[in-house]
Design a protein around this ligand. Structure first.
Ligand SMILES: Cc1cc2nc3c(=O)[nH]c(=O)nc-3n(C[C@H](O)[C@H](O)[C@H](O)COP(=O)(O)OP(=O)(O)OC[C@H]3O[C@@H](n4cnc5c(N)ncnc54)[C@H](O)[C@@H]3O)c2cc1C
Length: 394
């Protein structure tokens, strides 16, 4: 599997695909190795696959003519171009409302936030990447990486066989459990989880017993985004997620009852996944010829939807700099400015996520903080500040 590519990208998630497009646009040859055989997953489709795009991501996708290829954001309610909903977003489950946000003085034109679908975003990016000549090999899970002065050798397991590919550069966009990060000698520093989060599709017997909207309780939070689509946060120290055990109907029902304090019954469980608020970030985004971007470089709770936006920013920042380095057109230090510029943005997002966890903690201190944040978010200045942060405007 020897390849003449400039760059191997690990992972055909949204960040790996966008980075591949950026590199290919700048005339670099790119090979993506993707572990999964099949890009389709129920968890990438609405409503689980819903992903909020912030202002910088919207602008980046628009600049490349990709936003216009996406149908889901046009279909879903958009507060600034379509039907207005009262709720604009949330911090720690506390809603802020459009009517409270002062948008005077904000740049006009593109929307500040849009709802997208992970499945569609990946489809649009895959189509673009292929049209630009990117090679995507599916069913190729990277198991080992080794670099020397001239390039990087990547070993992947394909159809039960170990194959090796080589390129001048490797970028790990292989998600939260990145093999590239682990094999590439990166330090991943941060904080341990306080809760297990659940996303599940169920048949609820007494759905009307549950309150509407995001409900923060003395045990955690629950949210029914659509009938039968549940999001839960159980402050168990992340214990259940760490067991790796599958979510059963009985387990989910017990968690839902404990969090909601309501004797609601789950008739059937169709699909479920767990996640945590573990917040970690690579201390360096570059080790020689190996770089990291997206969830491979930083993980945190998906509260308030920031991870994809952070990864899109990484890809847009890294793409042209790596391309200029490959074509010997980069001034000294250009590639290292990727780390210098993007690492602090990651720090800020991880802290935003940690702050939400503190405000949701089912302790007397957490409840006291929650009451104060609720008051602040209900003011015009408060709602405007939280909207600016969530939508990436400050
Ligand atoms: C419930 C939930 C809601 C969210 N909501 C939002 C939101 O509203 N807004 C937002 O900005 N973010 C949100 N996020 C976060 C967002 O989904 C992630 O940050 C984003 O998907 C990261 O993209 P990525 O390409 O870096 O990683 P991933 O999407 O994880 O893609 C990584 C790819 O690498 C592949 N891979 C893994 N290991 C290997 C290997 N060894 N070899 C080769 N390939 C490999 C995987 O199969 C996968 O295709 C949410 C996350 C969750 C869980």
């Amino acid at each position: 599997m020897n390849t003449p590519h400039h760059v191997i990208i690990a992972g055909a998630g949204p960040v790996g695909l966008l980075l591949a497009c950026e590199l290919a646009l700048a005339k670099c040859s790119v090979l993506i190795l993707e572990k999964s055989d099949d890009p389709h997953s129920l968890l990438k489709q609405l409503p689980f696959g819903i992903r909020g795009l912030n202002a910088p991501s919207i602008e980046a996708l628009h600049r490349r003519g990709l936003l216009e290829e996406m149908e889901v954001p046009k279909r879903l309610q958009n507060p600034f171009t379509g039907t207005r909903t009262k709720q604009a977003g949330h911090f720690a489950g506390i809603q802020f409302e459009h009517d409270n946000i002062d948008t005077s003085g904000w740049p006009q034109g593109l929307p500040y936030s849009l709802l997208s679908e992970m499945a569609e975003l990946e489809q649009v990016l895959t189509r673009r990447a292929l049209s630009l000549g990117v090679e995507i090999r599916r069913g190729a899970g990277i198991t080992d990486v080794a670099q020397d002065a001239d390039g990087v050798s990547v070993t992947a397991s394909m159809a039960g066989q170990q194959r090796t590919a080589r390129a001048a550069w490797l970028v790990g966009c292989d998600g939260a459990r990145s093999v590239v990060r682990k094999q590439g000698g990166f330090e991943f520093a941060g904080t341990e989880p306080e809760f297990t989060g659940y996303s599940a599709k169920v048949d609820l017997v007494d759905a009307e017993l549950l309150a509407r909207g995001r409900v923060v309780t003395e045990r955690g939070m629950y949210f029914q985004s659509q009938p039968g689509y549940l999001n839960l946060q159980d402050f168990d120290g992340g214990a259940f997620h760490q067991t790796g055990e599958p979510v059963t109907r009985d387990h989910l029902q017990a968690v839902l009852r404990r969090i909601s304090g309501v004797n609601v019954a789950i008739g059937a469980l169709h699909v479920a996944t767990t996640w945590t608020d573990r917040a970690r970030q690579a201390t360096s985004y570059r080790n020689g010829r190996i770089l990291l971007a997206g969830d491979a470089a930083h993980i945190h709770a998906p509260l308030g939807g920031q991870g994809l936006n952070l990864g899109i920013g990484d890809a847009m920042n890294l793409g042209w700099k790596l391309a200029a380095t490959i074509h010997n057109e980069a001034p000294d230090g250009l590639l290292d400015s990727y780390q210098a510029e993007r690492h602090p943005v990651g720090v800020r997002v991880l802290d935003w996520s940690r702050a939400q966890v503190a405000v949701m903690r089912p302790t007397p201190e957490g409840r006291a903080l929650n009451a104060i944040f609720r008051d602040l978010i209900n003011t015009r200045h408060g709602a405007t500040y939280f909207a600016c942060r969530v939508w990436g405007l400050i």
